[in-house]
Write a protein that binds this ligand. Structure first.
Ligand code: BG6
Ligand code: MG
Length: 211
């Protein structure tokens, strides 16, 4: 499709469903701070960096924190989140993700990860799929978060490909916007009305096996 030479994948919500674990950990932090944090609130955190997610959570609870308190709250949430990741395994991958990575590898398409997560390498290791990726660009390697295209531009450049030759697979609006701002094609994974601006929509990577 689109004469793709490179495929750039978001991680959370595209390859593996970690959103539930983020939710449980953020909810625990909210409970400690004395307010409720719902699944609907959690939707606002998709694709958003850890510190920006904390700002959104604090807005929900009408709380304020000093920068120092924020660092410590985010670190606490991450410890809980990583606890949930401990049991993550390959069978927890989203439908079709493993098969599609395998198919692309066999087709000679270059593959990158472009994720906001600072835990991306740890998650790839737990899933045992690091070997599929020619390049990994994660939250530790970017200075501006999605919807800025930095993460995807770095991924395309590390693949030695023009952004125009790459397709981004994303489940967040910020990610779709980042891909389009970077000049890539964007495949939205999820509801089209929540992912405006993508070039194509699928419900999961399994759908790509039948295109
Ligand atoms: C994104 C998730 O992939 O990574 C966000 O969609 C998350 O919900 C962000 O906040 C940062 O993740 P981490 O693992 O660095 O806290
Ligand atoms: Mg995502």
């Amino acid at each position: 499709m689109f004469n793709m030479q490179g495929a750039i994948f978001d991680l959370d919500g595209v390859i593996v469903d970690t959103a539930e674990y983020h939710f449980l950990a953020w909810k625990q932090l909210a409970a400690e701070l004395g307010f409720d944090f719902t699944r609907t609130d959690n939707e606002k955190l998709k694709g958003v960096s850890r510190m920006h997610s904390l700002d959104i959570l604090l807005d929900v609870g009408c709380c304020t924190m000093s920068d120092e308190e924020k660092e410590s709250a985010a670190a606490k949430k991450n410890t809980w989140y990583m606890g949930y990741l401990e049991t993550l395994k390959q069978t927890d991958m989203l439908p079709g993700a493993l098969e599609y990575l395998d198919y692309l590898r066999g087709s000679g398409i270059r593959i990158a990860l472009g994720s906001a997560s600072k835990n991306a390498v740890f998650i790839l290791e737990k899933l045992g799929i690091g070997g599929f990726f020619d390049v990994v660009i994660d939250g530790n390697m970017v200075s501006v978060a999605k919807p800025d295209p930095e993460v995807f531009l770095k991924a395309a450049s590390a693949l030695s490909l023009s952004p125009f030759a790459c397709i981004v697979f994303e489940d967040s609006l910020a990610g779709i916007q980042a891909a389009k701002a970077g000049g890539m094609k964007a495949v939205g994974i999820g509801k089209p009305e929540l992912l405006l601006g993508a070039d194509m929509y699928i419900s999961c990577l399994k759908d790509m096996l039948f295109k």
